[in-house]
Design a binder for this molecule. Structure first.
Ligand code: FES
Length: 121
């Protein structure tokens, strides 16, 4: 995580940022605490297009995102269960598809870019 200074020049740890991009290209950058899933952060900030109906249990695929190529190699590979759920996602999965509930934020993922599909069900 990057260290920044507050208004009194005291060192402060900045939370990692996720950039959510809507199908129409609108970008929203959200501070996401380490350990929180990209899906949960989207729900907490009312990002349209992430439903997360199973609560992050890898059972619904309504948290499907396309991870930007610049970020893809920083994320651990999908499990077989995640791959199966992606295969039944509402919008056709691509090589960059992931379930956002399975991406836990870390400092190394700061600047993660995810594109939202046009539909989740
Ligand atoms: S929230 Fe259900 S699979 Fe991610």
């Amino acid at each position: 995580m990057a260290q920044v200074r507050d208004e009194f020049q005291r060192p402060r740890i900045r939370m990692p940022i996720v950039n959510y991009i809507s199908p129409s290209g609108i970008s929203r950058k959200i501070d996401v605490p380490a350990g929180m899933s990209v899906m949960q952060a989207a729900l907490n900030h009312r990002i349209e297009g992430i439903l997360g109906e199973c609560g992050g249990n890898c059972m619904c695929a309504t948290c499907h995102v396309y991870v930007d190529a610049s970020s893809l190699n920083r994320i651990p590979p999908a499990t077989d269960n995640e791959k199966f759920m992606l295969s039944i996602a509402a919008e056709s999965p691509e090589a960059s598809s992931r379930l956002s509930c399975q991406i836990k934020m870390t400092g190394e993922l700061d600047g993660l870019i995810v594109r939202l599909p046009g539909k989740q069900k």
